[in-house]
Design a protein around this ligand. Structure first.
Ligand SMILES: *Cc1c(COP(=O)(O)O)cnc(C)c1O
Length: 416
């Protein structure tokens, strides 16, 4: 099996996608602020309703008119989706109002009542709650959770449940387990399951669709935004699948209404062009912090460190030049020490903030067990490798590296 990502360059792919100019020749695209669109001929309207005309029926996905209504299609939102699709090496993309909206809409499009899902044990808390409680109680869609590092367990679960979907995160929240996407993809396809990958933690670094995944979902709230100012999400997949999600009569994007506001889409189109530069710098700094904390004897998990269990795997799968991501965890042993460590960093050094979320330009720190993974029971947390003193750090890109390393070292030595 060739390793396709060695040849995939997402920066080049994004530059090759069509550049959308503004209405008056502006270098940036305009915001299409209309919720409804005219047609030039009255007989066009029924054609759009029957899917014979419209954004996805034209050859090449042209956006040459035939729009209907803003919840269905907006050119500005579509342009953001097209940029993301290029970045992911996907045929098509569409943006949603949040990451969880993208995830829920994809699952409800792929699964019918009582269908089965196999999902990773280590997942974003909201996704876990959706799969574990919300979907089973309302739709009969049941999920079997497995440790995706155990390929035999994944195979057995898919065989036993005849699952329609295998769902996992490319880099898992918060323990930073890297998924063996090509191996998981082969197992899933052998068993007739579709592969959905949440690539929120590793945009540009990993390209799941290039490795054979069927659908990529993103929380654009995180690195894609980079400023912790908007809630947003996206789906990248084949043209057929995105088209099915947008179907006026059967599509979850249309019928559940997780629509992105065009003003938000416009904002995000201005941030994707510098995502590469940001990811590189997040990676350089996270690597430096991980090395420094390791040198101090701390228990650090960072996929860029040779000590990380999936270090070699990430090296094999990652696109070149974007580093190993902006997230690391350090285990302070107890919740009290973790809290002291974060308080010194925030309140004495202005090193970063005690806050959930990630991908911000400043450092964000949280104690995973008592925050973003609190949907999990103690036992589920242990199974997912979340220790009580585990601090997750989304490493920012502000301040000088030398200054930040000094602050980090001071806080670590004083909170042990
Ligand atoms: C934040 C996050 C989500 C949910 O995204 P929202 O934009 O908050 O809805 C999903 N998956 C991962 C990995 C996340 O970090």
């Amino acid at each position: 099996m060739p390793t396709p990502s060695a040849a995939f360059d997402p920066i080049r792919a994004m530059a090759e996608a069509r550049h959308e100019f503004g209405e008056h020749g502006g270098v940036n695209l305009s915001i299409e602020a209309s919720t409804t669109f005219t047609v030039l001929a009255a007989n066009m309207m029924p054609r759009i309703f029957h899917g014979e005309s419209g954004p996805f029926s034209n050859a090449g996905g042209s956006t040459g008119g035939c729009y209907l209504y803003g919840r269905h299609f907006n050119p500005t939102v579509f342009t953001f989706g097209r940029m993301l699709a290029a970045m992911e090496g996907a045929e098509a993309g569409y943006a949603t109002s949040s990451g969880i909206a993208a995830i829920a809409s994809v699952l409800l499009q792929l699964c019918k009542k009582d269908d089965r899902v196999v999902a990773a044990t280590a997942l974003y808390g909201g996704t876990f709650a959706l799969l574990k409680d919300y979907l089973p109680s309302r739709t009969g869609i049941e999920t079997t959770f497995v440790d995706i590092r155990d390929l035999d367990a994944v195979r057995a679960a898919l065989r036993r449940t005849k699952a329609r979907v295998l769902y996992f995160e490319s880099m898992a929240n918060p323990t930073l387990v890297v998924a063996d996407i090509p191996a998981l993809m082969r197992i899933a396809h052998d068993h007739g399951a579709q592969v959905v990958v949440d690539n929120t933690f590793s945009p540009l670094i990993l390209s799941p669709i290039v490795h054979g995944a069927d659908v990529v979902v993103h929380s654009a709230t995180k690195f894609l935004s980079g400023a912790s100012d908007v809630i947003a999400g996206a789906v990248c997949a084949s043209r057929d699948f995105i088209g099915s999600m947008m179907d006026l009569h059967t599509g979850s994007l249309m019928l559940l209404g997780p629509t992105m506001d065009p003003k938000i889409a416009h904002e995000l189109t201005l941030r994707l062009p510098h995502l590469g530069v940001r990811m590189q710098e997040h990676g350089v700094r996270a690597m430096a912090y991980a090395e420094r904390l390791s040198a101090l004897g701390a228990e650090v998990a960072y996929p860029g460190l040779p000590s990380h269990p999936q270090h070699a795997l990430l090296q094999r799968l990652a696109n070149r030049g974007f580093g190993s991501g902006g997230l690391l965890t350090v285990d302070l042993g107890t919740t009290a020490r973790a809290n002291r460590f974060m308080e010194i960093l925030q309140n004495e050094h202005s090193f970063g903030f005690m806050a959930v979320s990630l991908g911000y330009f400043d450092t964000l720190m949280s104690c995973s067990g008592s925050s973003t993974s609190s949907e999990l029971s103690d036992e589920e947390q242990r199974a997912a490798g979340i220790a009580p003193g585990l601090v997750r750090m989304s490493v920012g890109i502000t301040g000088s590296l030398e200054q930040r390393l000094r602050q980090l070292e001071d806080a670590y030595s004083r909170s042990r």
